[in-house]
Design a protein around this ligand. Sequence first.
Ligand SMILES: *[C@@H]1O[C@H](CO)[C@@H](O)[C@H](O)[C@H]1NC(C)=O
Ligand SMILES: *[C@@H]1O[C@H](CO)[C@@H](O)[C@H](O)[C@H]1NC(C)=O
Length: 328
Amino acid sequence: MLSKVVTVICCLTYVAAEDPPSHLKPFGWGDSTPMEEVQGFLPVKQFFEEYVKPNKPVVMRGANKVWPGFLNWQTDEYFASVAPEEPFIVSMDIKRGTPETPTDFVDFKEFLQKYNTSARRMVEHTPPFLWKDVLVPGSLGCDKMWYGSSYSTSVVHKDAADNINCLVYGIKNYTILSPEYDPHVFLDRPDGLYSTMEVDKVDAHKYPGLDKVKFQHTELHGGDCVFIPYKWIHQVRSYDRNIAVNIWWNHWRNNELDLSNCPTETEEKVINSAKFHGWGDFESRDEGVFEHTHDLLSMAHVIKPVTYPRWVALFTSTTFDVSNLMRS
Ligand SMILES: *[C@@H]1O[C@H](CO)[C@@H](O)[C@H](O)[C@H]1NC(C)=O
Ligand SMILES: *[C@@H]1O[C@H](CO)[C@@H](O)[C@H](O)[C@H]1NC(C)=O
């Protein structure tokens, strides 16, 4: 009898001590296929019908080489020459770590002097003096600029919007995951839709579900853009001098767009002449608020699984009682 007990304890210990092959490997290690690719920006109608509406990611090779500022942005001297005389304050985030670290604020010219040796990068709305350099494909929304040097990593996260990231200089490696794998990825900070996992050394015991997912990946070079649909989990590694512009837009507007009159050629506008609704737009829409609440409660396992359309139907009904949906 005693020897049986000893055997069982021995074997349990043995199993627990064996690490899965992915243990302490970078996020994205394992089953991964290259993302779909096209050349340049697609005509707006085709882009929305084939990628945006079906929530399908796509790499657009060489798409931003047509930007008016593409060549100028290859050097720091250009940025220094167009920066205003008076201070222009930009925010600097740390290049590696979690978003909890407080942001620093510096003058843009000072940033240019110190970013090469800094542990921080600039994450800022594209400054107005650079708007003439950036083309917005079609009728898209909000923009932000990332500017940094050497290696940086992002946390594993999702954005509350559809997103195009255009790289002007450097290399970025993207690892993305379809929302169908959400149950296998533990975003332990659902408030910010991100995970505190150590992206270069993932603890496979803490995140065992990652063995069951199919990653997609791509390596972007200066000139390439990538479309990351709403809700796709992604993680980004940036190398060398790295300049990128993000364009986010509210996915709720996708269904309202009348694509029937879109030009068949790609139509692009510099930021100056594009109309932006700003971040307020994301929060001002009822759909956005409903969806955010739904995601928060379901990711925190507070409510029973419920489809989003059903959630909206319940929420807008006068007899809605959320306690019926709560997990006991
Ligand atoms: C920063 O590094 C880039 C090359 O990576 C170089 O072109 C630039 O002049 C450097 N800037 C400063 C202020 O040293
Ligand atoms: C980007 O990731 C691929 C594998 O997905 C790898 O082969 C490549 O070396 C990475 N690029 C850099 C610059 O590390």
